[in-house]
Design a protein around this ligand. Sequence first.
Ligand code: S3P
Length: 187
Amino acid sequence: MESGEAAPDGIPAVGASTPVRRVLLVGFMGSGKTTVGRILAKRLGWAFVDFDERIEDRLGISVERIFLERGEDEFRRVEADVGRELLESEDVVLASGGGWPVGPGRLEDLPAGTLSVWLRVSAEEALRRVDRADAVRPLLERPDALAEARRLLEEREPYYRRAGLALDTEGRPAEALADSIEERVTS
Ligand code: S3P
């Protein structure tokens, strides 16, 4: 299903009178934020920035090592700072980490001109994609990864739902998803 659900009250929607200056992709690990984001940025002639990469650059170690050596709380602190900074940039496609939207006001207090997009994926498909990927997702490195993915998804969906646009990713190639978002940006 593709839905262009209107953003709930209190969320600054990007309307006809507000040109889109940045796209913020949100969604669970494995939802395709990086893949879709790169394609979309290329099409728009914008930069693409992944929150996790910026966090790794800042701390000089991988996300996996940040979780291991400094703990999740420290990761979340740096993630919050990086998110705040990146949301000030323009002509950019941003891919947040899967946990970033879970914070007070995250998707409600976006700067004007931000089109937020939730890329939806099931826990099962997310795990299949994450297993094939190079980057380690510390939160899913456990024997009961599927149960944990389901739990996290359930907890996070109410936050992801606050995005201005929701797109189902399963069975849809990344190019088609980028098409749908591009249409929103340029229309
Ligand atoms: C996380 C998602 C990861 C990364 C970290 C924590 C999460 O990013 O930020 O492993 O809490 O869902 P991706 O969503 O890009 O995999």
